[in-house]
Design a binder for this molecule. Structure first.
Ligand SMILES: NC(=O)C1=CN([C@@H]2O[C@H](COP(=O)(O)OP(=O)(O)OC[C@H]3O[C@@H](n4cnc5c(N)ncnc54)[C@H](OP(=O)(O)O)[C@@H]3O)[C@@H](O)[C@H]2O)C=CC1
Ligand SMILES: O=CC(=O)O
Length: 328
């Protein structure tokens, strides 16, 4: 009998097809996982779950007695209760590295778009309001030679630093839990306290994971530390920022602009004041969303899933302790 798996929200078609040939697959999308009966029924028998942003908590796990592995199609895993999974000897995996360069490209995309007011000016041209040469009211600010402050100098943070240094000859400040000597040498980057970084950066860029320590990391006090000319970029998770404080900072001119790929609530509420602001560039959480990269993420997630189901060590485990416990 084929093993039962749940595919949740997203998996690229060729990868889904290949899993469907080998497993009994239930593909579910846009459902309420608390109440959906089909989901609950499959959960009882599923040995694996693969997908995007499924909230895997104690309640879900209580209803999944046969589960061996949860394979996230993302590098961030704030949707998983890792402690609870580990306690139950269930493997958890994510998709690091394959998306790093694509996300760094996106960060530079929104940073440039906000600095040079690209969406606002695009809208002006397309709405046929370009009737004379534009003056200072429409000027942007330079990116090259300015100071970028990278909060979270991990894989993606370092790919951002690479672009900042070698593409735009920027001055690089960074903040992480630990110092990164390699990055300091390679990118001429300077380690700073968070407060120092915020007060000195033209472009503070947030790219940490969402954890209990980083939840609400940037709030009123942190916006007050930023320069009035600062353009704040967030591509981490919406909840690393207190969004009402970001809105207030933009409304009062405490900071100049923002570029956001992530929001406290996703999809973003139509009433969110950020959507009305010309100086805010928004994207619908698409940091890694290119054809090439989404395919690589799906393939890696499937390799993880299949390894786990076949009693092999998945290539990118979040909780390798489970593997030690299973093979002891
Ligand atoms: N918008 C999008 O579409 C995407 C968003 N992301 C987000 O980006 C995050 C980072 O991914 P990736 O670079 O691969 O992850 P890494 O684990 O490689 O890097 C994370 C970095 O954040 C730092 N960090 C963690 N906690 C803190 C803290 N409390 N204070 C300061 N720094 C901290 C880490 O520091 P240290 O090294 O010292 O531990 C590390 O440098 C993901 O977790 C996800 O949330 C990722 C992909 C796409
Ligand atoms: O947000 C996306 C991820 O991979 O994490």
């Amino acid at each position: 009998m084929k093993k039962k798996i749940i595919v949740y929200e997203r998996l690229e078609k060729p990868v889904l097809k290949s899993l469907q040939e080998k497993y009994d697959v239930k593909f579910l999308k846009n459902i309420d996982t608390q109440t959906n009966e089909e989901f609950m029924n499959h959960l009882k028998e599923a040995e694996g779950i693969i997908g995007l942003a499924l909230e895997v908590n104690k309640t879900l796990l209580d209803n999944a007695p046969n589960l061996k592995i949860v394979s996230n199609v993302s590098v961030g895993y704030n949707n998983l209760d890792i402690e609870e999974l580990t306690k139950r000897h269930i493997m958890a995996t994510n998709t690091p590295d394959v998306l790093t360069d694509t996300v760094a490209d996106t960060v530079f995309g929104i940073l440039l778009a906000a600095a040079r007011r690209i969406p606002e000016l695009d809208n002006l041209v397309k709405s046929k309001q370009w009737v004379e040469a534009l003056g200072p009211d429409y000027y942007g600010v330079d990116v090259h030679h300015k100071t970028i402050g990278i909060i979270g100098m991990g894989r993606i943070g370092q790919a951002i630093a690479q672009r900042a240094k070698f593409g735009f000859d920027m001055n690089i400040l960074y903040h992480s839990r630990t110092r990164k000597q390699d990055a300091e040498t390679k990118f001429d980057a300077t380690y700073c306290s968070l407060d120092d970084l915020l007060s000195k950066s033209d472009f503070p860029v947030l790219i940490t994971p969402l954890t209990p320590e980083t939840r609400g990391l940037i709030s009123k006090r942190e916006f007050q530390l930023m320069k009035p000319s600062a353009i704040f970029i967030n591509a981490s998770r919406g909840k690393t920022v207190v969004e009402k404080d970001l809105i207030a900072a933009l409304q009062t001119g405490e900071i100049a602009a923002a570029g956001l790929d992530v929001f406290e609530q996703e999809p973003v509420s139509p009433n969110n004041p950020l959507l009305e602001m010309k100086n805010v560039v928004t994207l619908p959480h698409v940091g890694s969303s290119t054809y090439e990269t989404e395919l690589k993420m799906s393939e890696l997630a499937a390799r993880n899933l299949e390894a786990g189901l076949n009693g092999e060590k998945p290539p990118t485990m979040i909780n390798p302790k489970v593997w030690e416990l299973l093979t002891k």
